[in-house]
Design a protein around this ligand. Structure first.
Ligand code: ATP
Length: 235
C-alpha cells in the first residue's frame, strides 16, 4: 500500500531522514519506534506531504506521491492524526467530526460513521455538544482519531497517540486502534515512543535511530530482541 524508497529529508542543513526505506502492506498495523529526535515525526510528515523529501520516493497505492501536496494526499485516502491532537478547541465534538468529513458528500455514510465513532468512544457521544477544548487529554486524542476516521482513510497515520496520557487511557486507545484495523480494515502506521504497547499492537515494526532504520521485524520478534529490550523496553 505504501512504499518509501531511500528517503532523504532535510530541515535547512539538518539531515533528518537518511535513506529511509520501508513498506506497509494493506491491512497491517505497522509501528515506527525510536528515541526523541530519531526522525519518527519527520517520517510521517514526509509521507503525508507536509515536509517533502529532497531525495527518494513515496509510493501510495501504486502512485508516486513524493511531490503531491498534503491536501491532495488526504483525498487519496491517507489521513494523519498529528502529535498533540490539534482538534478544533472552539468547535463542539460533533462539529469537529463534521470537519473530518468535509471532503465527503454521502450524507447517509457520514451519519453511519458518526454513530460508529460514538460506539468506539461512548464518552464522545455524551459530550457531543461540548467544545473540544474542554475535553481531557485522552478525550481529545479520541476525538482526533475519530475526526480522522470521518474521512474514511485507507491508511491512518498516528503520531504518538499515547503522549501525555494516563496508562489506563493509553490501553483503551490501543485497544481501539486494533479494533479499527480489524473492523474497518484500515491500514495503520503508528509512530510511538511507547515501544512496548506499540509492538504488542503491531504486525510489524521498524526501529529508527538518528534518521536511519536500524532494524525491522514482526512486532512479536522485536519484543524479544535483546537490543530492543535494552534500548526501548527498559528490560
Ligand atoms: P519526538 O519523539 O521527540 O517527536 P521524532 O523521532 O519524532 O522525535 P523528529 O521530530 O522527526 O523526531 O526530529 C528529527 C530531527 O529533525 C531532530 O534532530 C529534530 O531536532 C529535527 N527537527 C524536527 N523538526 C524540525 C524543524 N521544524 N526544524 C528544524 N529541525 C527539526
Amino acid at each position: 500500500m505504501l512504499k518509501l524508497k531511500d528517503i532523504n529529508t532535510f530541515y535547512g542543513n539538518i539531515h533528518a531522514l537518511k535513506g529511509v526505506t520501508l513498506e506497509i502492506n494493506q491491512g497491517e498495523i505497522i509501528c515506527l519506534i525510536g528515541a526523541n529526535g530519531a526522525g519518527k515525526s519527520t517520517t510521517l510528515m514526509t509521507i503525508s506531504g507536509i515536509v517533502p523529501a529532497r531525495q527518494g520516493s513515496v509510493t501510495f497505492l501504486g502512485e508516486d506521491i513524493t511531490r503531491v501536496g498534503a491536501n491532495k494526499i488526504v483525498e487519496k485516502g491517507m489521513v494523519q492524526v498529528p502529535e498533540g491532537r490539534r482538534i478544533f478547541p472552539y468547535l463542539t465534538v460533533a462539529e469537529n467530526l463534521d470537519m473530518g468529513a468535509f471532503l465527503r458528500k454521502d450524507k447517509d455514510g457520514i451519519k453511519r460513521d458518526i454513530e460508529y465513532v460514538y460506539t468506539l468512544f461512548p464518552v464522545l457521544a455524551n459530550r457531543r455538544n461540548q467544545a473540544g477544548g474542554t475535553l481531557s487529554g485522552g478525550e481529545q486524542q479520541m476525538l482526533a482519531i475519530s475526526r480522522a476516521l470521518m474521512a474514511r482513510p485507507k491508511l491512518l497515520l498516528l503520531d504518538e497517540p499515547s503522549l501525555g496520557l494516563a496508562p489506563i487511557i493509553i490501553r483503551q486507545i490501543f485497544d481501539i486502534i486494533k479494533r479499527i484495523n480489524q473492523e474497518q480494515k484500515t491500514t495503520i502506521f503508528l509512530v510511538e515512543q511507547n515501544a512496548n504497547l506499540a509492538l504488542k499492537a503491531s504486525h510489524r515494526g521498524y526501529v529508527m535511530e538518528n534518521g536511519v532504520i536500524t532494524l525491522f521485524d514482526t512486532g512479536a520478534n522485536l519484543l524479544v530482541n535483546e537490543d530492543v529490550k535494552k534500548a526501548y523496553l527498559g528490560i
